[in-house]
Ligand binder design. Structure first.
Ligand code: ATP
Length: 273
């Protein structure tokens, strides 16, 4: 069965990897020392392979031989000390900077667990990223303007705009913003609703991968519980990679986790609770 995140889209901005089959999550990792259960099925993974990153003009790598594999529609968590390189890795995945060496790709696997096609580069336009404290970057006076900021305005882009408008309605419903007028000032929303809006802005683009940097930071307990509930809902249809220190609250969502060690070294590890 073909499936796209978002409303019917006649293939617009979707490639075959988005049209992934609806299979149950084929492996699950909880915060225990048990091995993950792996069930073989046709699927794709977003993979970081041997990535090193040294900012231009500097002498030291911020990331060293980083590798990870995140299966579609699963929830990955990266934890680790402040300054270890977690956000730097998210920026590379989002295409905001380029690895010095190594690759970031999408790999399709067959039922036998072996690669079934050549890997494709992960397209930056198919990656959504929500930065820490996204509400600080809200610019517009209404929710609608905030969500449509940056949309193409040319007459020739009418079909794309039409599609984005359909996606917008779907995104608004997905994050539970449908009870609020799109005419409201985003700055007047509660903390939890501001985060919902930040997520909705990314969902409009129907991302293949959603990256979240500290999604619970700065929220009160009620808003945090609210965002966790929303992420539980979104993870049914999306591949999500989160950087967070809030391990306990996110633990029930996590399929796989990694520790980023100082010096930008990533190790797969169940997180301490
Ligand atoms: N362009 C750059 N040039 C030089 N150093 C940088 C650059 N960008 C980040 N750094 C440094 O790289 C290190 C890793 O930063 P990064 O923000 O990725 O860490 P982090 O693990 O996300 O930390 P936190 O948990 O505090 O957000 C830090 O020491 C930071 O100062």
């Amino acid at each position: 069965m073909a499936f796209c995140y978002g409303p019917p889209c006649a293939g617009l901005r979707h490639n075959k990897l988005c049209a992934a089959e609806m299979v149950p999550s084929a492996y699950r990792r909880v915060a225990t020392k048990s091995r993950p259960l792996r069930i073989s099925s046709d699927h794709s993974c977003i993979e970081v392979r041997g990535v090193n990153y040294r900012p231009p003009g500097t002498q030291h790598n911020l990331l060293n031989e980083v590798s990870l594999s995140l299966r579609e529609k699963s929830f990955g968590l990266i934890f680790g000390r402040s300054g270890s390189g977690k956000t730097t890795l998210l920026h590379l995945l989002a295409g905001l900077s380029k690895p010095t060496s190594g690759s970031i790709i999408v790999q399709r696997y067959g039922y036998d667990g072996k690669p079934s096609e050549s890997p494709e580069p992960l397209a930056p336009e198919r990656v959504g990223i929500v930065f820490q404290f996204p509400e600080r970057y809200f610019l517009a006076d209404t929710i609608l303007e905030e969500m449509t900021f940056g949309w193409p305005r040319q007459k020739a882009d009418f079909t794309l705009r039409q599609q984005l408008a359909l996606n917008l309605q779907y995104a608004v419903n997905s994050v539970g913003l449908n009870t609020i007028s799109l005419d409201e000032d985003p700055h007047s929303l509660s903390g939890g609703y501001k985060r919902r809006l930040a997520l909705a802005i990314q969902l409009v683009q129907t991302p293949q991968l959603l990256l979240l940097d500290e999604p619970l930071a700065g929220l009160d307990w009620k808003a945090r519980a609210d965002v966790v509930k929303l992420l539980r809902h979104l993870k049914k249809e999306l591949t999500i990679l989160v950087v967070s220190h809030d391990l306990k609250e996110l633990s029930s969502l996590v399929d796989i986790s990694w520790r980023m060690q100082m010096g930008g070294i990533l190790k797969e590890e169940a997180f301490p609770l």
